[in-house]
Design a binder for this molecule. Structure first.
Ligand code: PMP
Ligand code: GLU
Length: 412
């Protein structure tokens, strides 16, 4: 064969060689919007970025010190795939202390962020064609992760009257013989809704009637909860073995860049995730793990200080949003977002003559006109809504909502 005879024929679509998996995948909307906002800022525009959901606080100093010490002590080698044993033990202690849940280190897998923990769990449980019920509005990556596993996302939407929380009856009605998994976050990203004990108890009752269905409880915002009570689905003994609890350090300890998360699951599921991770990423960063160990040993005092600020900002932003006609904003009980219904603006015309057809148009309009970055609700399964992060300094929030008010008033 001559070299020319094996040269690939020119393709009409230059990306046709990419896998269907990646071609069909949507880019993460949170990341895309944060990118747009950075690009605008690089051009010298004074953008208030309320798109990306990440704490604006530095990681507490005692955690940074532990990372420095880890380097000095030579923690520079590959780590055990599911995480250092002492870190997994500290995670078990945390579950006992905070959640009254008893786990063994063999039931814990530490990963490169809660995002990987969620992915591991879905890849370990979902076969092609399996249905995954996703309580909506849901965090952007849930549907994409399910599709990566060739599963079928089945979003079910909670009602605005119930702060968008899906009820046990709505959950029960969505179950089919193909249902394999249900996933949700509480406190919820994007709505900030928090399931009460009674609500989760009812959901656990439904799950108990379907022992072949698993639940992925994303508790990454556990500490950022203004109700005073966080309830884990795994606390309902009848379903503990069906529940995979995901948590991490990004939010509670302001450690987004460290990439450290974990799951707790019954041993066979944890072992499956360990096996998967061993073929994909291996154990996560040694230094981040030592820092995570120090974080957990320090308890939640540092988180409590940050949470007081998030709570104050939640109140501030609700006040500011109340002053803007057309926004319907449920009160978030946790996390650091507001998620108003903005459908009152659909069909209106912007000063440049363009029409605002949906929440993506509105998010783009607000970015270009008000220089405020947000994320449109369609990527969270709620096309009537838009998400603003409240994890920003009070002054920035005031400026942002003043600008939003002015820009929205220009829509006719
Ligand atoms: N779940 C939810 C609901 C989140 O908001 C986030 C943050 N992006 C994650 C999981 C992933 O967190 P991590 O930074 O630990 O990957
Ligand atoms: N939790 C954040 C958000 O939802 C981080 C972005 C991401 O990881 O997608 O915006």
């Amino acid at each position: 064969m001559t070299p020319s005879s094996v040269a690939p024929a020119p393709m009409a679509d230059p990306t046709a060689y990419l896998s269907d998996r990646v071609l069909h995948m949507q880019e993460s909307a949170t990341i895309a919007m944060a990118k747009k906002s950075r690009e605008l800022a690089a051009k010298g525009v004074d953008v208030v970025n309320l798109s990306f959901g990440e704490p604006d606080f530095q990681t507490p100093q005692y955690i940074k010190d532990a990372a420095k010490q880890a380097l000095d002590e030579g923690f520079t080698f590959y780590t055990p795939v599911p995480g250092y044993l002492d870190l997994r033990q500290a995670i078990c202690d945390k579950f006992q202390r905070d959640n009254n849940l008893s786990y063994k280190p063999t039931e814990i897998v530490v990963s490169t962020g809660a995002k990987q923990s969620l992915t591991n769990a879905v890849l370990a449980l979902v076969n092609p064609g399996d249905e995954v019920i996703i309580f909506s509005p849901y965090w952007v990556s849930y549907a994409a992760i399910v599709e990566l596993a060739d599963g079928v996302p089945v979003p079910i939407m909670g009602s605005l009257d119930n702060d968008y929380k899906v009820t046990a009856a709505e959950f029960a009605a969505a179950i089919t013989p193909r249902t394999k998994l249900v996933m949700y976050s509480s406190p919820c990203n994007p709505t900030g809704a928090v399931f009460s004990r009674a609500e989760l108890s009812a959901i656990a009752d439904v799950l108990a009637q379907h022992p072949h269905i698993f639940a992925l409880a994303d508790e990454i915002y556990e500490y950022i909860n203004f109700t005073g009570e966080h309830v884990s689905l795994a606390q309902f003994a009848a379903v503990k073995d069906q529940v995979i609890t995901v948590n991490g350090f990004s939010k509670g300890y302001a450690m987004t860049g460290w990439r450290l998360g974990y799951m707790a699951a019954r041993q066979d599921i944890a072992a499956a995730c360990d096996k998967l991770q061993g073929q994909i990423t291996s154990g996560t960063c040694s230094i981040a793990q030592r820092a995570g160990l120090a974080a957990l040993k320090g308890g939640r005092a540092s988180a409590d200080e940050m949470v007081a600020a998030y709570h104050r900002r939640r109140d501030l932003v609700l006040e500011l949003a109340k002053d803007i006609p057309g926004l319907k904003t449920p009160t978030p009980d946790g996390a650091f977002y507001i998620f108003p219904d903005v459908s009152a603006f659909f069909g209106r015309t912007a000063p440049d003559g363009s029409t605002i057809n949906d929440s993506s148009d509105l998010a783009l309009y607000l970015l270009n006109d008000a220089h405020v970055a947000s994320v449109s609700g369609d990527s969270f399964g709620a096309p009537d809504c838009i998400r603003f992060s409240t994890a920003a300094a009070d002054e920035k929030l005031r400026v942002a909502f003043e600008r939003i008010k002015v820009s929205l008033a220009k829509l006719s």
